[in-house]
Design a protein around this ligand. Structure first.
Ligand SMILES: [Zn+2]
Length: 99
């Protein structure tokens, strides 16, 4: 097999792969639920695995995901508390200093 031939074959194979990938992407971008036949569902908030719509909390059930989710939830709660606590303290100080 000549060098030229080998290069030509490699090029056509690459083109075929590219076409295949494009086809797959086009299929995937069919966003409508009806068209894809996928049941309504949600995704694990950690690994994005599909889980039932009613799953609460939104994790897939693996230990890693549950632990990560709980850690995240904990820091989110702390952040929410601080979000209210700091302005409350600021207002309290303002009121106290105006007395
Ligand atoms: Zn998960």
């Amino acid at each position: 097999m000549g060098r030229k031939e080998r290069i030509a074959r490699a090029a056509s194979r690459t083109a075929a792969e590219a076409r295949e990938t494009a086809d797959r992407d086009r299929k995937r971008s069919g966003r409508s639920t009806k068209a894809s036949g996928i049941q309504p569902h949600r995704h694990c908030s950690v690994c994005w695995a599909p889980i039932p719509l009613a799953a609460d909390p939104a994790v897939c059930g693996s230990e890693d995901c549950t632990a990560t989710f709980e850690k995240r939830e904990g820091s989110r709660k702390r952040l929410t508390i601080m979000l209210y606590l700091f302005p409350a303290i600021a207002i309290l100080l303002a009121v106290l200093s105006s007395l």
